[in-house]
Design a protein around this ligand. Sequence first.
Ligand SMILES: Cc1cc2nc3c(=O)[nH]c(=O)nc-3n(C[C@H](O)[C@H](O)[C@H](O)COP(=O)(O)OP(=O)(O)OC[C@H]3O[C@@H](n4cnc5c(N)ncnc54)[C@H](O)[C@@H]3O)c2cc1C
Length: 422
Amino acid sequence: MIDFELSAGTKMTKKLFHQFVDSSFRPLSREFDEEEHKDPADLIHSIHELMKGGGMRGMGSMAGGGEEGAEKKEGKPKRPKEQNLMGVILAEELFWGDAGLALAMPGPGLGGAAVQATGTPEQKERIMKRFTGDVPAYGAMAITEPGCGSDTSAVSTTATLDKKTNEWILNGEKIFVTMGKRATETYDGFVVVWATVDRKAGRAGIKPFIVEKGTPGMKVTKLEHKMGIRASDTASMVFEDCRIPYNNILGTAEVAVDKEKTEGFKGVMKTFDATRPFVAAMAIGVARAAYDFVRETLDKEGIQIRYGAPINQLTVLEQDVLEMEVNMKAARLLLWRAAWMLDRGEKNNLEASMSKAKAGMVGTKVTQKAVEILGPLGYSRKLLVEKFMRDAKINDIFEGTGQIQLLVIARNILGYTRKELK
Ligand SMILES: Cc1cc2nc3c(=O)[nH]c(=O)nc-3n(C[C@H](O)[C@H](O)[C@H](O)COP(=O)(O)OP(=O)(O)OC[C@H]3O[C@@H](n4cnc5c(N)ncnc54)[C@H](O)[C@@H]3O)c2cc1C
């Protein structure tokens, strides 16, 4: 039985979340775009007061209680907690509010996703509990390096075990770390750093490590000046003889002897399978923000969209608006499926990439079309539409570019290995 209808509880949570970001994020959008990297401390404080106990950026932790009531009803079969499904639904609203500010809010972020995907039960509990406390924490994840981007298996940062002190020593450079600065300097932050424990072992030797805020040897060297999502920081970092406790390796330190068994590296993919749907939600949220401006403007001008009119009678404008809607809806369905599978513990590598590939394209095209339809008004800083166009593009770049998603999709469908199709 397939059911695409949201429950009353989910609809209510979504509505409340929407009202909340509309009144708290939107009024600050322009200010935080223009004053790149401005500290959103006041906003964080007021939101934290409202949402005490839950992470704000931690998309997985945005799951509300909408579905839980249904689970408890007598006589009804137990459904899995739809934490990720609820998470992406709320993420769409959050990023509708403002993508840069949404990313700049405390929460587990990519770092938390990596912990969930690769940590032992003890590590998950130890590390994730900071996101349920009173102090909002930041998590970040660093894979990308000057010589390693799309091909994440080319990581060259090293982690060497000092057998005398039983500590790992990290050395290397990471770039483009989302919220890297705040995760290393404020609140109860940490960065998950991917490093190789054995270069000869190739992908099998790549492992994730928790580096806590303030660890000597970890230093932010630069913040990027960006086209979009300017409220969030994107940091370059160096690790120079950065010593961390042995237990900060996530999962096992064992390197598979069989090089085809790339358990360490599989953690990267598992992390992305969980986070790509959230990037898709971000893309759809930003696209919808731009679309809403178009509809409001058309309404003010008294221009109606004639749903159901024969195609040969539709104006170009009507066709454009309908195409925007169709694409956003198609992307959303792919997204919900990817998140739904995640909630059921099903392998969603293909669906996560499909949802991100589609939503990344939709985000770019819908926001561009919105600027085009609104003309000079769309291009002007008077409205936020030009900002949405700038904010949208990143979804087609980070956590695997659009091209890389297409590669993953093709490999899955055609049954090719990474070596056979690159
Ligand atoms: C704002 C921002 C935030 C980011 N946040 C993070 C973060 O938090 N953590 C982190 O680790 N990284 C982060 N990144 C890095 C991001 O994930 C990488 O930039 C991205 O994966 C692309 O890698 P690259 O920059 O090396 O580009 P490249 O890999 O050099 O790609 C350049 C171009 O070539 C294409 N290409 C590459 N390989 C192939 C192929 N095999 N087939 C077809 N086309 C190909 C790509 O699609 C792209 O168009 C962030 C980047 C940005 C811009």
